[in-house]
Design a protein around this ligand. Structure first.
Ligand code: FES
Length: 186
């Protein structure tokens, strides 16, 4: 039996299919932008270090040996959904060299400058030998613990992983959720 030729879509049907395709593509594009934006919100500072997140911060010799902290900027490549910006300041840390360590095995402690109460920036007060957040007067001891019990900060300063490699200091830089007792990376 002879086969009937497959009927080609009518002009109306072709027009409908073209419109449906356009709507589907438009919808996908409309969804893509907010999802990309959501990625930025969830992870606004995706650093590119290629080294487990560690960022080179400073030479060991730049941190005083007397145990007093010194503040350093964290400079890394900022990557978000639309931009790739090298050598950008993404935060800051205080570095300290605990006293009494042998020269052959120096260690460094790193504390975030961000107050765990509500995100103010703490300063180190040399004359009082403590960190102070000027926003609501939380104070922190040299080891990062809350000093004055009246401080509204719910936890001590956030300590970051720091490592001495040769004569250089590397830090795994993170931010943490303010206003809660637990340290929750954001
Ligand atoms: S933000 Fe630091 S004490 Fe409130």
């Amino acid at each position: 039996m002879a086969q009937l030729p497959h009927p080609s879509p009518s002009p109306d049907r072709r027009s409908f299919l073209a419109q449906a395709g356009a709507v589907a593509i438009g919808g996908a594009l409309a969804l893509a932008a907010p999802l990309a934006g959501l990625g930025v919100l969830l992870d606004p500072l995706r650093r590119k270090s290629g080294d487990g997140g560690a960022v080179h911060v400073a030479p060991l010799a730049a941190v005083p040996e007397d145990g007093l902290p010194r503040k350093f900027n964290i400079v890394a490549t900022r990557v978000d959904a639309w931009n790739h910006t090298p050598n950008t300041r993404i935060g800051a840390v205080y570095l300290q060299r605990p006293k009494g360590r042998p020269e052959s095995a120096p260690t460094v402690r790193a504390f975030s400058v961000v107050c765990p109460h509500a995100g103010g920036f703490v300063d180190f007060h040399t004359e009082k030998n403590c960190y102070l957040c000027p926003i609501h007067n939380s104070t922190f001891a040299l080891d990062g613990t809350v000093l004055d019990p009246k401080s509204p900060a719910p936890r001590g300063l956030d300590e970051l992983e720091a490592e001495v490699r040769g004569e250089e200091i590397w830090v795994v830089f993170k931010n943490f959720r303010p206003g809660v007792k637990e340290r929750i990376p954001v």
